[in-house]
Design a protein around this ligand. Structure first.
Ligand code: NI
Length: 135
């Protein structure tokens, strides 16, 4: 019997979507306002889903305090109130689209989970636009 536990988190961050080898006109054509050279911000909402078996002793799939602390150290402390392009090394050569941010978050969290667990990351860039990644 596998059960999924879910934890919501939040961070604010700035980014710019652009391809370094393109000029500003082409970047604006492809990315629109998201290519503003002066950056812009989003209120990102993160949902982390961890699926596993229930420990018969604790009744837990995973201690939510551990998951909360993991998201804080790996995601919130690293991304919150940061300029993703400039201040977060993972995006120095990777466009910080919602898709890529979700993959980076997944790759940061997964090594900290027990091997029998599976992970899904859901990232809302706006209340209506969100992406999912589960490996
Ligand atoms: Ni944006």
């Amino acid at each position: 019997m596998r059960v999924t536990v879910c934890r919501k988190a939040h961070f604010n961050a700035a980014h710019r979507l652009y391809v370094k080898s393109w000029d500003d006109a082409k970047n604006e054509k492809v990315f629109g306002k998201c290519s503003n050279p002066h950056f812009h911000g989003h209120n990102y909402e993160l949902i982390v889903n961890v699926t596993g078996t229930i420990d018969p002793v604790t009744g837990y799939v995973m201690d939510m305090k551990v998951l909360k602390d993991l998201i804080k150290s790996e995601v919130e402390d690293a991304f919150d109130h940061k300029n993703l392009n400039v201040q977060v090394p993972e995006f120095s050569d990777l466009i910080p689209s919602a898709e890529n941010i979700a993959v980076v978050i997944y790759n940061k969290l997964l090594p900290h989970l027990d091997e029998d667990k599976t992970l899904e990351v859901v990232l809302y860039e706006t209340p209506r636009n969100f992406v999912k990644y589960s490996g």
